[in-house]
Design a protein around this ligand. Structure first.
Ligand SMILES: Cc1cc2nc3c(=O)[nH]c(=O)nc-3n(C[C@H](O)[C@H](O)[C@H](O)COP(=O)(O)O)c2cc1C
Length: 252
């Protein structure tokens, strides 16, 4: 295994960090690695917010679904999908009949931001710095827009916490679905009932029999805990608001 593959395989989401600042050199390496990521048309339709302010971290740990470990991370990076700079530049260039950003701009800039973020995650891992994505940054549109000074043509596509692995961290590797349910040759294959039962067999068998959701199957548990949970409903509302502002009111 070469070093890159080793780094990919070693990574886990890290939610406990050494109480130690990330060195300027390491942080620069992480950011520079993010910036090396491919972007659509080399337009780099994203921006990175580098957050170390204790108060701001504390607020984010509350507004991102009350996850206290967030404030303990020495650094938070937020990767914004960002068309604002391009649209302002188009105006500066006096381009005629500039159209509002569309869903194409939204999706491409989201792709750019997330791809750059994953470069940062792997660069960090290679330096002994762990990370954890925080999806909840896409919630609370009004709060996060004001808190982070975000103009309309931006969207917080990804957020990660960063911090050095504590010594003797025991990495817990979470099982993935078997490849046959994830990778298809040439064309998509819709899984039938039998496939789905096999795909989820391990999850079903290891699921706690009694749970706060009173769920009798892994499917019911996950639907209640994730897909239809309050945070998911809020995320849906919030993202719709973001897309509305980003596209000057596209019909969804
Ligand atoms: C888009 C996205 C959002 C996530 N949001 C959270 C989060 O809000 N809080 C958290 O503790 N982990 C979060 N995670 C981490 C996942 O729980 C984790 O990646 C998954 O359980 C697999 O574990 P691993 O990363 O250790 O392999 C998120 C991961 C992704 C990719």
């Amino acid at each position: 295994m070469n070093e890159v593959i080793k780094t990919i395989n070693k990574r886990v989401s890290l939610r406990r960090y050494q109480e130690k600042e990330i060195s300027k050199e390491d942080l620069d390496t992480i950011i520079n690695s993010a910036i090396k990521a491919p972007t659509a048309g080399n337009m780099m339709m994203y921006s990175i917010l580098k957050i170390t302010d204790e108060k701001l971290k504390e607020t984010l740990s509350k507004t991102c679904d009350n996850q206290p470990f967030i404030k303990k991370a020495p650094v938070i990076l937020i990767f914004l999908a960002d068309m604002q700079k391009w649209y302002d530049y188009y105006k500066l260039c006096k381009v005629e009949d500039i159209k509002s950003p569309g869903m194409n701009d939204f999706m491409l800039s989201v792709n750019d931001a997330i791809i750059a973020c994953q470069n940062a995650v792997l660069a960090a891992e290679s330096l002994g710095i762990g990370s954890c994505y925080i999806g909840d940054i896409m919630e609370n549109y009004e709060v996060h827009k004001e808190l982070l000074n975000l103009p309309d043509y931006t969207f917080p596509a990804a957020m990660i916490t960063l911090g050095y692995y504590p010594e003797n961290t025991k990495r817990v590797y979470r099982e993935r679905f078997k490849k046959e349910y994830v990778v298809f040759d040439e064309k998509y294959e819709k899984l039938d009932d039998e496939d789905l039962i096999k795909m989820f067999e391990d999850k079903e068998n290891s699921m706690p029999k009694s749970n706060v959701f009173n769920a009798g199957s892994f499917g019911e548990l996950m639907y209640k805990r994730k897909t239809s949970a309050d945070f998911s409903v809020e995320m849906d509302r919030s993202i719709r608001e973001w897309i509305k502002a980003f596209t000057d009111g596209v019909e969804l």
